[in-house]
Design a protein around this ligand. Structure first.
Ligand code: SAM
Length: 348
């Protein structure tokens, strides 16, 4: 059959199994690097299927480790797979894989948090933002200790169309601790609704794919793992600068069990808190006694827009940071300095 003939053309030749490689190179998992391996290729194939059709695709895999997911990506027909791995012990095994897939696997020994993905792929794969996503995917069984900071960084990259998103609306298929996956996909009113839910959903279509039980990993982590797929939206749901959105959302969720105005009022200096919070809530037409988890994205958009408009009229407001003021007050107390030396940014 033609189809299976084609499939066979990008399947890897016989190789030692991933488990054999782990034994061969004595690859004991390192806890500090959050190493939990997936050795079952049916499972790695299932993760890769969530990314969509990878035939002739460009792919960046985060943390390939012993290469199980890497094999599945190659078997799915990726034309150019760039892997970024921090732990040098995995490089020889990956080189073996690269020899088995000539010209299709590029290995970077580096840290994904600093790697410049905007330089990793040819410019001609780029697609205008308003069009379909480019044929570039990010896939990874992410290290737990890196997944949240990395996702926040990529969300900011999406907002600014930088990093992996200079090529257009690059799609991502990633694993997270189940609890983080639930936060990413949590809808209005759900217990898991958080800062991460809002930031992710205002910039992407976020789809929860399936859960992998912890026992499927070697060594077994203490938690189950969720696979999540992201497609950046053409129009973010909140059209304000990322840092400003992030500031308002962070304030909203700092007292997640209280009424939402409790967190929101901390956007403003103490002396003007009541007046400005009321103004913002009225302009946004949001009930101040809603809980943070009950706010919908359109309501949060209205709050962010109202805050942005207040900042436009009084530019000093944008510099006010409640936590920073608390820190300075605490320091001053320790040193016995009067606290009123910390001027209200809105009065100069
Ligand atoms: N992909 C492999 C699998 O599914 O079996 C390994 C997954 S393991 C959870 C995470 C991998 O990410 C490890 O290989 C680890 O060395 C690597 N890693 C950890 N921190 C990293 C970082 N900052 N940049 C790149 N790789 C990293």
């Amino acid at each position: 059959m033609a189809a299976s003939g084609k499939l066979a053309s990008f399947r890897l030749p016989p190789l030692p199994t991933v488990s054999e490689l782990v034994k061969l190179y004595k690859l004991r998992a390192e806890k500090q690097l959050s190493q939990n391996f997936l050795l079952d290729l049916r499972l790695t194939d299932k993760i890769v299927r969530q990314a969509g059709n990878l035939k002739d695709a460009y792919v960046c895999e985060v943390g390939p480790g012993p290469g199980g997911l890497t094999r599945s990506i190659l078997n799915a027909g990726a034309a150019d797979l760039l892997v970024v791995e921090k732990d040098s012990r995995f490089i020889p095994g990956l080189k073996l894989l690269s020899e088995a897939a000539p010209g299709r696997l590029r290995i970077v020994h580096g840290d994904i948090l600093t790697y410049r993905m905007d330089r990793g792929f040819p410019d001609n794969i780029s697609k205008p933002w308003q069009e379909d996503p480019p044929n570039l995917h990010i896939i990874g069984n992410l290290p737990f200790n890196v997944s949240t900071p990395l996702m926040i960084k990529w969300l900011e990259n999406i907002a600014n169309r930088t990093g992996p998103f200079v090529y257009g609306r690059t799609r991502l298929t990633l694993t997270f601790q189940k609890e983080v996956a639930e936060r990413l996909t949590a809808s209005t009113g759900s217990k898991q609704r958080s800062r991460l839910s809002i930031m992710a959903q205002c910039l992407c279509t976020v789809h929860s794919c399936f859960t992998i039980p912890g026992r499927a990993f070697v060594p077994k982590p203490e938690v189950d793992v969720g696979v999540v797929h992201f497609t950046p939206l053409i129009q973010p749901q909140i059209q304000q600068p990322f840092k400003l959105v992030e500031k308002v959302v962070r304030n909203i969720f700092q007292f997640r069990r209280k009424h939402c105005y409790k967190g929101l009022e901390k956007l403003f200096p103490e002396a003007r808190r009541g007046e400005l919070t009321q103004k913002m809530m009225q302009e946004a037409d949001v009930d101040p006694i809603l809980r943070p988890t009950e706010l919908s994205i359109p309501q949060i958009r209205a709050l962010v827009d109202a805050y942005a408009s207040l900042c436009t009229h009084e530019p000093g407001l944008a510099n006010y940071e409640y936590r920073e003021q608390l820190r300075l007050k605490h320091l001053a107390k320790q040193r016995g300095t009067p606290t009123d030396i910390f001027s209200d940014p809105t009065t100069g």
